[in-house]
Design a protein. Structure first.
Length: 267
């Protein structure tokens, strides 16, 4: 059964409440890895970069306060969701994630997105506010300027070697896997699909959030200058702050302890 069919079945095609509930739960569970998966005071939803996976946030769980549940988003087309097609449209991706989050919206929610995930976090927060009437406690956007300042691009059209080289210019996080001839054909579709999504995402006049926004980045990020982080101030009617860490685009790996401690202030 395709994911599109499952999504539609949740709303219109159930043959009984029990059937719909099972489909609904199975569909939603695919989107998140839960740490530690128990009742909590607040939930932290983490969204990875282009080509990235929920594994990026695996080490966060043991560093977060004990009464915080982390939901690390797993985009389709990778790891346990490898058999599903990548989503290459921002509106569709953000809507699907928002739908999967619906059971979590009764309690406090904080969003953290890195690079591509920063734009996704903004779009998910916008949908939560517009469609569900709730406001995230905070939206933390990392390693990317605000959507209306980004210029798009055509890296997704490059051949495999040049696409990999472009990704490596941002940092070497896990890039050695692309040198493995067995892994390369498994990894490239999600990388290319994510690049296509973010390079075609061109919102002309994005609406400001009611949620407070914190922009974060590395002081030596070749893909996002510190000045670009300040552009997020235009996308909130609440408070805005900017925090810079030592490091490049993937500063959040070597600075994990410091970053999680900083994020925990909002939990």
């Amino acid at each position: 059964m395709s994911e599109e069919h499952v999504s539609g079945s949740m709303r219109t095609q159930g043959r009984g409440a029990g059937v719909v509930a099972v489909i609904d739960a199975n569909y939603r569970s695919r989107w998140f890895r839960r740490y530690p998966g128990r009742p909590s005071r607040v939930r932290l939803v983490c969204l990875p970069h282009a080509g990235g996976t929920a594994t990026l946030f695996h080490g966060w769980a043991e560093r977060l306060p004990h009464d915080v549940e982390m939901l690390a988003v797993q985009y389709p087309g990778r790891q346990e969701r490898f058999a599903e097609p990548c989503i290459e449209d921002m509106a569709e991706l953000a809507t699907r994630i928002t739908e999967a989050l619906e059971p979590e919206l009764a309690g406090p929610l904080v969003l953290f997105g890195h690079s591509l995930g920063a734009a996704v976090a903004y779009e998910v927060a916008r949908r939560i506010e517009a469609r569900h009437g709730s406001v995230p406690r905070r939206v933390l956007v990392s390693g990317r300027g605000a959507p209306h300042t980004e210029r798009g691009g055509a890296l997704h059209l490059l051949d495999d070697e040049r696409l990999i080289a472009s990704a490596r210019r941002l940092g070497d996080l896990g890039s050695s896997a692309y040198d493995n001839p067995d892994l390369r054909p498994l990894l490239l579709p999600s990388l290319r699909g994510d690049y296509r999504l973010i390079e075609r995402y061109r919102p002309g006049h994005p609406a400001p959030l009611r949620a407070p926004v914190t922009a974060l980045g590395g002081d030596r990020d070749p893909g996002c200058a510190v000045a670009a982080l300040e552009s997020w101030a235009e996308l909130t009617t609440s408070e805005f702050e900017c925090q810079v860490f030592a490091g490049g685009h993937f500063y959040l790996v070597p600075a994990e302890n410091e970053l999680v401690e900083f994020v925990s202030r909002y939990l």
